[in-house]
Design a protein around this ligand. Structure first.
Ligand code: HEC
Ligand code: HEC
Length: 221
Protein backbone atom coordinates (compact mmCIF):
# COMPACT_ATOMS: atom_id res chain seq x y z
CA UNK A 1 0.00 0.00 0.00
CA UNK A 2 2.79 2.38 0.94
CA UNK A 3 4.46 1.77 -2.45
CA UNK A 4 1.22 2.42 -4.23
CA UNK A 5 0.86 5.71 -2.39
CA UNK A 6 4.40 6.67 -3.30
CA UNK A 7 3.73 5.90 -6.95
CA UNK A 8 0.48 7.86 -6.89
CA UNK A 9 2.00 10.88 -5.22
CA UNK A 10 4.82 10.80 -7.76
CA UNK A 11 2.28 11.01 -10.55
CA UNK A 12 0.43 13.87 -8.90
CA UNK A 13 3.67 15.73 -8.31
CA UNK A 14 4.66 15.33 -11.92
CA UNK A 15 1.37 16.53 -13.25
CA UNK A 16 1.50 19.66 -11.14
CA UNK A 17 5.14 20.21 -12.14
CA UNK A 18 4.40 19.74 -15.83
CA UNK A 19 1.37 22.02 -15.67
CA UNK A 20 4.00 24.74 -15.50
CA UNK A 21 5.30 23.77 -18.96
CA UNK A 22 3.61 26.11 -21.36
CA UNK A 23 4.84 25.94 -24.93
CA UNK A 24 4.54 29.24 -26.81
CA UNK A 25 2.41 29.04 -29.99
CA UNK A 26 4.84 27.48 -32.45
CA UNK A 27 5.52 27.76 -36.20
CA UNK A 28 6.54 24.29 -37.48
CA UNK A 29 7.67 25.65 -40.88
CA UNK A 30 10.09 28.04 -39.17
CA UNK A 31 11.21 25.10 -37.01
CA UNK A 32 11.88 23.03 -40.12
CA UNK A 33 14.40 25.61 -41.41
CA UNK A 34 16.31 25.54 -38.13
CA UNK A 35 16.29 21.73 -38.16
CA UNK A 36 17.71 21.68 -41.70
CA UNK A 37 20.64 23.87 -40.67
CA UNK A 38 21.30 22.84 -37.09
CA UNK A 39 19.78 19.51 -36.11
CA UNK A 40 19.27 17.19 -39.08
CA UNK A 41 22.89 16.01 -39.17
CA UNK A 42 22.40 14.22 -35.86
CA UNK A 43 18.65 13.71 -35.39
CA UNK A 44 17.63 13.25 -39.04
CA UNK A 45 15.46 15.66 -41.02
CA UNK A 46 12.34 13.72 -39.99
CA UNK A 47 13.52 13.17 -36.41
CA UNK A 48 14.81 9.65 -36.98
CA UNK A 49 18.48 9.30 -36.07
CA UNK A 50 20.89 6.63 -37.29
CA UNK A 51 23.35 7.00 -34.40
CA UNK A 52 22.23 5.06 -31.31
CA UNK A 53 23.43 7.67 -28.79
CA UNK A 54 21.49 10.43 -30.58
CA UNK A 55 17.79 10.15 -29.77
CA UNK A 56 14.93 9.87 -32.23
CA UNK A 57 12.70 12.90 -31.82
CA UNK A 58 9.90 12.17 -34.33
CA UNK A 59 6.45 12.12 -32.77
CA UNK A 60 7.77 13.01 -29.33
CA UNK A 61 5.30 15.20 -27.44
CA UNK A 62 5.92 18.91 -27.82
CA UNK A 63 5.83 19.75 -24.10
CA UNK A 64 8.51 17.19 -23.33
CA UNK A 65 10.72 18.36 -26.22
CA UNK A 66 10.35 22.01 -25.27
CA UNK A 67 11.10 21.22 -21.63
CA UNK A 68 14.31 19.34 -22.53
CA UNK A 69 15.51 22.16 -24.78
CA UNK A 70 14.94 24.65 -21.95
CA UNK A 71 16.68 22.29 -19.52
CA UNK A 72 19.75 22.21 -21.79
CA UNK A 73 19.58 25.99 -22.11
CA UNK A 74 19.49 26.54 -18.35
CA UNK A 75 22.11 23.85 -17.66
CA UNK A 76 19.62 21.78 -15.70
CA UNK A 77 20.32 18.94 -18.10
CA UNK A 78 24.01 18.88 -18.87
CA UNK A 79 25.32 17.81 -22.26
CA UNK A 80 28.05 19.78 -24.01
CA UNK A 81 26.98 18.79 -27.53
CA UNK A 82 23.34 19.81 -27.14
CA UNK A 83 24.07 22.91 -25.11
CA UNK A 84 26.33 24.17 -27.92
CA UNK A 85 23.72 23.37 -30.60
CA UNK A 86 21.06 25.61 -29.08
CA UNK A 87 23.23 28.38 -27.63
CA UNK A 88 22.03 30.83 -30.29
CA UNK A 89 18.35 29.84 -30.31
CA UNK A 90 15.74 31.83 -28.38
CA UNK A 91 12.59 30.52 -26.66
CA UNK A 92 10.46 30.95 -29.77
CA UNK A 93 13.02 29.06 -31.90
CA UNK A 94 13.00 26.23 -29.34
CA UNK A 95 9.21 26.07 -29.46
CA UNK A 96 9.32 26.02 -33.28
CA UNK A 97 11.76 23.10 -33.50
CA UNK A 98 9.94 21.21 -30.74
CA UNK A 99 6.68 21.72 -32.64
CA UNK A 100 8.23 20.58 -35.91
CA UNK A 101 9.66 17.32 -34.47
CA UNK A 102 6.44 16.56 -32.57
CA UNK A 103 4.53 16.63 -35.87
CA UNK A 104 6.75 14.01 -37.57
CA UNK A 105 5.62 10.41 -37.76
CA UNK A 106 6.96 8.24 -34.91
CA UNK A 107 9.81 6.03 -35.97
CA UNK A 108 8.52 2.49 -35.39
CA UNK A 109 10.52 0.04 -33.32
CA UNK A 110 13.68 -2.09 -33.11
CA UNK A 111 13.89 -5.85 -32.64
CA UNK A 112 14.92 -5.77 -28.96
CA UNK A 113 16.30 -8.91 -27.31
CA UNK A 114 13.86 -11.84 -27.47
CA UNK A 115 15.90 -13.78 -24.86
CA UNK A 116 15.04 -11.32 -22.06
CA UNK A 117 11.84 -9.77 -23.44
CA UNK A 118 9.49 -11.59 -21.08
CA UNK A 119 11.47 -10.81 -17.95
CA UNK A 120 11.74 -7.16 -19.00
CA UNK A 121 8.07 -6.90 -19.86
CA UNK A 122 7.18 -7.90 -16.26
CA UNK A 123 9.29 -5.02 -14.95
CA UNK A 124 7.96 -2.61 -17.54
CA UNK A 125 4.29 -3.41 -16.97
CA UNK A 126 4.24 -4.51 -13.35
CA UNK A 127 7.43 -3.34 -11.63
CA UNK A 128 8.89 -5.43 -8.81
CA UNK A 129 7.32 -4.75 -5.40
CA UNK A 130 10.01 -6.64 -3.50
CA UNK A 131 12.77 -4.40 -4.84
CA UNK A 132 10.73 -1.19 -5.02
CA UNK A 133 10.89 -0.99 -8.83
CA UNK A 134 7.98 1.11 -10.09
CA UNK A 135 6.22 -0.04 -13.28
CA UNK A 136 7.22 2.09 -16.25
CA UNK A 137 3.95 1.72 -18.13
CA UNK A 138 1.96 3.78 -15.60
CA UNK A 139 3.68 6.94 -16.75
CA UNK A 140 5.11 5.99 -20.16
CA UNK A 141 2.01 4.06 -21.38
CA UNK A 142 1.93 0.27 -21.99
CA UNK A 143 2.98 0.88 -25.59
CA UNK A 144 5.67 3.37 -24.62
CA UNK A 145 3.82 6.28 -26.23
CA UNK A 146 4.24 8.56 -23.20
CA UNK A 147 1.67 11.06 -21.96
CA UNK A 148 1.53 14.28 -23.94
CA UNK A 149 -0.45 16.17 -21.32
CA UNK A 150 1.91 15.35 -18.46
CA UNK A 151 5.02 15.72 -20.70
CA UNK A 152 6.05 12.12 -19.95
CA UNK A 153 8.20 11.17 -22.94
CA UNK A 154 7.49 8.60 -25.61
CA UNK A 155 10.19 5.96 -25.08
CA UNK A 156 8.87 3.05 -27.17
CA UNK A 157 11.07 2.46 -30.23
CA UNK A 158 13.87 4.69 -28.94
CA UNK A 159 17.48 3.54 -29.45
CA UNK A 160 18.35 1.08 -26.65
CA UNK A 161 21.79 2.60 -26.21
CA UNK A 162 20.38 6.10 -25.68
CA UNK A 163 17.76 4.79 -23.21
CA UNK A 164 20.41 2.97 -21.17
CA UNK A 165 22.64 6.05 -21.00
CA UNK A 166 19.75 8.21 -19.74
CA UNK A 167 18.67 5.71 -17.08
CA UNK A 168 22.23 5.61 -15.76
CA UNK A 169 22.37 9.39 -15.72
CA UNK A 170 19.16 9.69 -13.73
CA UNK A 171 20.46 7.08 -11.31
CA UNK A 172 23.83 8.81 -10.99
CA UNK A 173 22.20 12.14 -10.11
CA UNK A 174 21.31 10.69 -6.74
CA UNK A 175 24.55 8.90 -5.92
CA UNK A 176 28.19 8.30 -6.87
CA UNK A 177 28.23 6.25 -10.00
CA UNK A 178 30.24 5.37 -13.07
CA UNK A 179 28.77 8.27 -15.04
CA UNK A 180 30.90 11.39 -15.65
CA UNK A 181 29.95 14.15 -13.20
CA UNK A 182 29.24 16.57 -16.04
CA UNK A 183 26.66 14.29 -17.65
CA UNK A 184 24.14 13.74 -14.88
CA UNK A 185 20.55 14.43 -15.63
CA UNK A 186 18.28 15.97 -13.03
CA UNK A 187 14.53 16.04 -13.19
CA UNK A 188 11.89 17.75 -11.23
CA UNK A 189 11.11 16.96 -7.62
CA UNK A 190 7.90 18.19 -6.00
CA UNK A 191 9.93 20.75 -4.11
CA UNK A 192 13.47 22.09 -4.00
CA UNK A 193 15.90 19.37 -2.92
CA UNK A 194 13.54 16.46 -3.63
CA UNK A 195 14.57 13.81 -6.11
CA UNK A 196 12.81 13.89 -9.47
CA UNK A 197 10.53 11.08 -10.58
CA UNK A 198 13.07 9.37 -12.81
CA UNK A 199 15.81 9.68 -10.21
CA UNK A 200 13.56 7.81 -7.77
CA UNK A 201 12.65 5.20 -10.39
CA UNK A 202 16.24 4.70 -11.60
CA UNK A 203 17.67 4.48 -8.07
CA UNK A 204 16.08 1.02 -7.77
CA UNK A 205 17.37 -0.32 -11.09
CA UNK A 206 20.41 -2.59 -11.34
CA UNK A 207 22.74 -2.47 -14.34
CA UNK A 208 21.06 -5.62 -15.59
CA UNK A 209 17.56 -4.09 -15.21
CA UNK A 210 18.74 -1.10 -17.23
CA UNK A 211 20.16 -3.30 -19.96
CA UNK A 212 17.13 -5.53 -20.41
CA UNK A 213 14.61 -2.69 -20.01
CA UNK A 214 16.40 -0.56 -22.61
CA UNK A 215 16.43 -3.41 -25.12
CA UNK A 216 12.79 -4.21 -24.40
CA UNK A 217 11.60 -0.60 -24.61
CA UNK A 218 13.38 -0.10 -27.95
CA UNK A 219 11.05 -2.78 -29.35
CA UNK A 220 7.81 -1.56 -27.73
CA UNK A 221 5.32 0.13 -30.05
C1 HEC B 1 26.22 16.92 -33.10
C2 HEC B 1 25.01 16.13 -32.91
C3 HEC B 1 23.74 16.86 -32.48
C4 HEC B 1 23.16 17.95 -33.08
C5 HEC B 1 23.65 18.76 -34.28
C6 HEC B 1 21.91 18.18 -32.36
N1 HEC B 1 21.77 17.25 -31.38
FE1 HEC B 1 20.17 17.07 -30.10
N2 HEC B 1 21.10 15.55 -29.14
C7 HEC B 1 22.34 15.04 -29.45
C8 HEC B 1 22.74 14.08 -28.44
C9 HEC B 1 24.03 13.29 -28.40
C10 HEC B 1 21.68 14.05 -27.50
C11 HEC B 1 21.62 13.23 -26.21
C12 HEC B 1 22.13 14.11 -25.08
C13 HEC B 1 22.22 13.39 -23.77
O1 HEC B 1 22.69 12.25 -23.75
O2 HEC B 1 21.80 13.97 -22.77
C14 HEC B 1 20.66 14.97 -27.97
C15 HEC B 1 19.46 15.18 -27.33
C16 HEC B 1 18.46 16.02 -27.80
C17 HEC B 1 17.15 16.18 -27.18
C18 HEC B 1 16.63 15.44 -25.98
C19 HEC B 1 15.73 14.31 -26.45
C20 HEC B 1 15.15 13.47 -25.38
O3 HEC B 1 14.53 12.45 -25.73
O4 HEC B 1 15.26 13.81 -24.20
C21 HEC B 1 16.47 17.11 -27.94
C22 HEC B 1 15.06 17.61 -27.70
C23 HEC B 1 17.36 17.53 -28.99
N3 HEC B 1 18.56 16.84 -28.89
C24 HEC B 1 17.03 18.47 -29.97
C25 HEC B 1 17.94 19.00 -30.88
C26 HEC B 1 17.66 20.13 -31.72
C27 HEC B 1 16.34 20.89 -31.74
C28 HEC B 1 18.79 20.36 -32.46
C29 HEC B 1 19.03 21.46 -33.45
C30 HEC B 1 18.85 22.83 -32.96
C31 HEC B 1 19.77 19.35 -32.09
N4 HEC B 1 19.22 18.55 -31.12
C32 HEC B 1 21.03 19.21 -32.65
C33 HEC B 1 23.09 15.35 -30.56
C34 HEC B 1 22.86 16.43 -31.41
C1 HEC C 1 6.03 8.42 -12.06
C2 HEC C 1 6.18 8.51 -13.51
C3 HEC C 1 7.29 7.72 -14.18
C4 HEC C 1 7.58 6.37 -14.04
C5 HEC C 1 6.92 5.35 -13.14
C6 HEC C 1 8.67 6.11 -14.95
N1 HEC C 1 9.02 7.25 -15.63
FE1 HEC C 1 10.50 7.44 -17.00
N2 HEC C 1 10.17 9.45 -17.13
C7 HEC C 1 9.21 10.13 -16.42
C8 HEC C 1 9.35 11.55 -16.68
C9 HEC C 1 8.50 12.66 -16.09
C10 HEC C 1 10.45 11.70 -17.56
C11 HEC C 1 11.02 12.99 -18.13
C12 HEC C 1 12.00 13.60 -17.16
C13 HEC C 1 12.53 14.93 -17.63
O1 HEC C 1 11.72 15.83 -17.86
O2 HEC C 1 13.75 15.05 -17.79
C14 HEC C 1 10.93 10.35 -17.83
C15 HEC C 1 12.01 10.06 -18.67
C16 HEC C 1 12.46 8.78 -18.94
C17 HEC C 1 13.52 8.46 -19.86
C18 HEC C 1 14.31 9.46 -20.70
C19 HEC C 1 13.65 9.54 -22.06
C20 HEC C 1 14.38 10.44 -23.04
O3 HEC C 1 13.86 10.58 -24.16
O4 HEC C 1 15.44 10.96 -22.73
C21 HEC C 1 13.65 7.11 -19.87
C22 HEC C 1 14.65 6.29 -20.68
C23 HEC C 1 12.67 6.57 -18.94
N3 HEC C 1 11.96 7.61 -18.40
C24 HEC C 1 12.50 5.22 -18.70
C25 HEC C 1 11.67 4.70 -17.69
C26 HEC C 1 11.64 3.30 -17.31
C27 HEC C 1 12.45 2.20 -17.97
C28 HEC C 1 10.74 3.21 -16.28
C29 HEC C 1 10.38 1.97 -15.47
C30 HEC C 1 11.46 1.28 -14.78
C31 HEC C 1 10.21 4.56 -16.05
N4 HEC C 1 10.80 5.42 -16.93
C32 HEC C 1 9.27 4.86 -15.09
C33 HEC C 1 8.23 9.57 -15.60
C34 HEC C 1 8.20 8.26 -15.18
Amino acid sequence: MKKLLVATSLCVASISASAAITVPKYDAAAGQKIVENNCAACHGMMGVSVVPTQPNLAGQNVRYLFKQLRNFKTGYRINGIMQAQIANLNEQDLANVAGYFSEQKPWGAFAGNPATAEEASHLFLGGDKKRGVIACSGCHDPKGAGNAYAAFPRIGGQHAEYLGIQLKRFRAAGRDDDVPKDQKRFNDGAKEGDKGMMQVVASKLSDRDIKILSQFVSAVH
